[in-house]
Write a protein that binds this ligand. Structure first.
Ligand SMILES: *Cc1c(COP(=O)(O)O)cnc(C)c1O
Length: 808
């Protein structure tokens, strides 16, 4: 033991004994004690990493994101610190079970889905690669809502993840508190000494941004990076003069309005929310983070910014933090007196933007008038950026006024288009999978691509194998370590060596045994939560992700109804038993998504209690899908459903977690599925459906009713739906869902892919009947998943965009 390091067991005892009343110690208390002990233990490495960043004058990257979907940290941190055995032993000696204490940790659910989880995986990879990268986000008091299911409906309840308003992993760094302005007005003032015109922003509200730092432990490399989360507070808890004047409520209300900024995460995934509070959140994140970086810079370099762009790069996770473009301009010009052109050069050499969606409803825009009220000075700067930009457009396309209209950051409806601001202000624009990045260039941002082809690049997403294999699937981790050694954990391409075992039937039998044990673990949990008994000999067919029409959970439901109707007709020769598992949250305001949850639950109820059906088919809705749920689900999955309408899912990352854990995929040519198929070959992937360009070609010619008329299976399914077989005494409840599938204007073209989906499902069922062949394909999925490690993604970002040196 390094003499600076502490004795874990003694520290654990210290935290346990520090409780006043030890008769009522709960698993949460034990969890908090062990987390506190481990946080103390990692402190020296954290301090050293910060010192290295501070002293080594090296280039540094900042990852700005409104969401970090971290999940639990105990197991991950123990594993990355290499102290699992020590802690387990200490627990055994104290007569405690580490397993149940791990389960007691609440998920840090500071994100909606894939975008937020990506940010968390990236933080893990940056630390494990010893790259100097700091994350900046918001410390929401309430993360994504918890989902209950009552009578088949989703009920949202608040996520009180901060028990007693604290998180054992965080450290309050109130010494780095800064102020963020809102509202008020601006005027120009000529400095009598310099003759320089300056803009004064007289805000009518100032909010304190208080940082809380969360350690990001690299994998056994003595690196602990920082995720800095901002908490909003009122500048003065009580304005003394108002208080003395008797205006007690006014004084306290100021506090509440400030606090509300980081009170709750907006629960919309792939859909923009136009609320003022959301704009306040975005600006709060951006302003506090940039002030933090600039204050630090000025402490070291004074107001000399000539080397700033060499030393700093900001990665914007979607347009949510794209006000950074305007805010960095404002700080450099108004606070540090740079000229416009100098400041613009710095901004456009330090900002890099990642796009996450092509869906029009998810593209952010803010009313100019809302911005003028809330952020008068940043808006002036955006208007000025736009004037300069439109001149450039006119040089490129002389006389083509429509080009200026289409590209303008501020459109004809008085909306500020945040993606345009992000592209104009950044030196790099990337999509998150090869297909997605191509579509950005050829469709959504084609004009920008013509203007600046050099800005556009692809960075296919990845997930961290530390969490998604080693921690989530210990049995698989042990097999991989025994077979390949442990290098795969930090070099996932090593999994290729598994291919040598693809025809080794003893090895394949072990492979299958691990999967069956993981299925049993999940089955036990499902039985306990829902009372549904699952047979692990059945194929576990899983679709877990946010509920969204573009993800087409409905298509999966149509297949379930098809299987049910075959069983009822006795058409069960060569049948493969299935367990179909759904999980996912619907945005509270997304009615169609909520109806989809109700339909899944109603179908489950009818199917599961039918004696003719028995083990042939079970349907489960797994409530409150979240990171810790996925950790249990993905190791237990045989078949992964990745069935979005081609061209709509930017990448997907759930698909990668399943592949690493040896699930086979049934999927469309969408997002990263395209690259998974490329790695696997058609014989190891159940491909179906139209391609992105075919979906586009259907626009205006789509006739779902004709498809129903041609297909007796579809007719049977719609008959059951339309007579109300699944409506359970609420007649007509699913009419809007049914109508949307049959609508020629259906943007998701669900029925266009129905036949090929059903055929691919039949192939999957057939393949599952040969356990050895299935296990072989399962092994190949794992063996070929190396390129979907977030380490590879981060190395790509670093090579092409960040250009950092590792600090090993
Ligand atoms: C990986 C993950 C996602 C993303 O899943 P997709 O299938 O890519 O949409 C969403 N939520 C959680 C909790 C995850 O772990």
């Amino acid at each position: 033991m390094n003499n600076e390091q502490i004795d874990l067991k003694a520290s654990l005892l210290h935290y346990l004994q520090n409780q006043l009343d030890r008769r009522f110690t709960t698993e949460q208390d034990y969890n908090r004690a062990v987390a506190s002990a481990i946080r103390d233990y990692l402190m020296p490495a954290w301090r050293e990493t910060l010192a290295r960043h501070h002293h080594q004058e090296k280039r540094h990257a900042y990852y700005l994101s409104m969401e970090f979907l971290i999940g639990r940290s105990l197991v991950n941190n123990m594993q990355n610190l290499g102290i699992e055995n020590e802690v387990t032993q200490a627990f055994n000696e104290l007569g405690l079970s580490l397993e149940s204490i791990q389960q007691a940790e609440a998920d840090a659910g500071l994100g909606n889905g894939g975008l937020g989880r990506l940010a968390a995986c990236f933080m893990d990879s940056c630390a494990s690669l010893a790259l100097p990268v700091t994350g900046y986000g918001l410390r929401y008091e309430y993360g994504l809502f918890r989902q209950l299911i009552k009578n088949g409906h989703q009920i949202e309840t608040p996520d009180c993840w901060l028990e007693f308003n604290s998180y054992p992993w965080e450290v309050n760094r109130k010494e780095y508190t800064c102020k963020v302005k809102f509202g008020g007005h601006c005027w120009t003032h000529k400095d009598p000494d310099t003759g320089r015109f300056e803009v004064i922003w007289q805000a009518d509200e100032e909010v304190l941004a208080v940082p809380f730092d969360v350690p990001i432990v690299g994998y056994q490399n003595n690196t602990v990076n920082t995720l800095r989360l901002w908490d909003a507070n009122a500048t003065e808890a009580f304005k003394l003069d108002e208080f003395n004047a008797g205006d007690y409520f006014e004084a306290v209300a100021t506090n509440n309005s400030a606090k509300s900024i980081t009170m709750v995460l907006y629960p919309n995934d792939s859909n923009q929310n136009g609320k003022t509070l959301r704009l306040r959140q975005q600006y709060f994140l951006v302003s506090a983070s940039l002030q933090d970086v600039l204050t630090h810079w000025v402490k070291k370099h004074g107001i000399d910014f000539s080397q700033f762009a060499q030393a700093n790069v900001f990665q914007l996770n979607d347009t949510h933090p794209s006000l950074a473009v305007a805010e960095l301009m404002r700080l450099l010009i108004d606070e540090y007196q740079l000229e416009w052109n100098q400041a613009w050069l710095i901004v456009t050499q330090t900002m890099a933007y990642t796009n996450h969606t092509l869906l029009p409803e998810a593209l952010e825009s803010w009313p100019v008038e809302m911005m003028r009220t809330l952020l008068p000075r940043p808006l002036e700067i955006i208007e000025e950026i736009n004037r300069h930009f439109l001149v450039q457009v006119s040089y490129k396309w002389p006389g083509e006024l429509d080009k200026q209209r289409q590209l303008s950051i501020i459109d004809g409806y008085g909306m500020v288009k945040m993606a345009h601001l992000a592209i104009v202000g950044s030196f790099s624009v990337n999509g998150v999978a090869a297909l997605h990045s191509e579509l950005l260039k050829s469709k959504l941002f084609n004009h920008f691509y013509q203007l600046w082809p050099h800005k556009f690049n692809n960075k296919t997403n990845g997930v961290t194998p530390r969490r998604w294999i080693a921690a989530a699937n210990p049995a698989l981790r042990n097999l991989l370590n025994d077979t390949l050694g442990s290098d795969w954990i930090t070099n996932l391409n090593q999994l290729e060596q598994l291919e040598a075992y693809q025809n080794d039937s003893a090895f394949l039998a072990r492979w299958r045994e691990i999967k069956q044990n993981n299925k049993q673990r999940l089955a036990d949990f499902v039985a306990q939560q829902t009372g549904i008994e699952l047979n692990i000999e059945a194929m576990f067919d899983v679709q877990v992700k946010r509920i969204h029409q573009y993800k087409r959970q409905i298509l999966n439901v149509l297949h379930v109804i098809h299987l049910y109707s075959q069983i009822k007709k006795g058409q069960t020769d060569n049948w493969t038993n299935r367990v179909v598992i759904f999980g996912g949250k619907a945005a509270p305001g997304y009615w169609m998504a909520k109806q989809t949850i109700k339909l899944i639950n109603n179908v489950a109820q009818i199917v599961n209690k039918d004696r003719d059906v028995g083990d042939k088919l079970k349907v489960v809705f797994y409530p409150d899908y979240r990171v810790s749920a996925m950790e249990m689900v993905c190791p237990a999955t045989d078949l992964s459903e990745q069935i979005s309408t081609a061209g709509k899912e930017a990448s997907g990352t759930g698909n990668m977690k399943f592949m690493m854990n040896g699930a086979l995929t049934i999927g469309t040519l969408d997002g990263a599925n395209v690259e998974m198929l490329e790695a696997l070959g058609q014989q190891n992937f159940f491909l179906f459906g139209l391609e992105a360009h075919q979906i586009q070609a259907l626009e205006g010619h789509y006739q779902p009713q004709d498809l129903i008329n041609q297909d007796t299976d579809l007719q049977a399914i719609f008959h059951l739906l339309e007579v109300g077989h699944f409506s359970l005494f609420e007649s007509g409840i699913f009419d809007p869902l049914i109508a949307s599938s049959k609508d020629p204007a259906d943007p998701w073209k669900t029925l266009a892919d129905f036949r090929s989906y059903i055929d691919a499902q039949a192939q999957a069922a057939q393949a599952y009947r040969d356990p050895q062949a299935w296990s072989r394909m399962s092994l190949l999925n794992c063996a070929r998943s190396g390129r979907f490690s977030a380490d590879r993604t981060i190395q790509d970002y670093n090579r092409d965009i960040w250009k950092l040196n590792d600090l090993k």
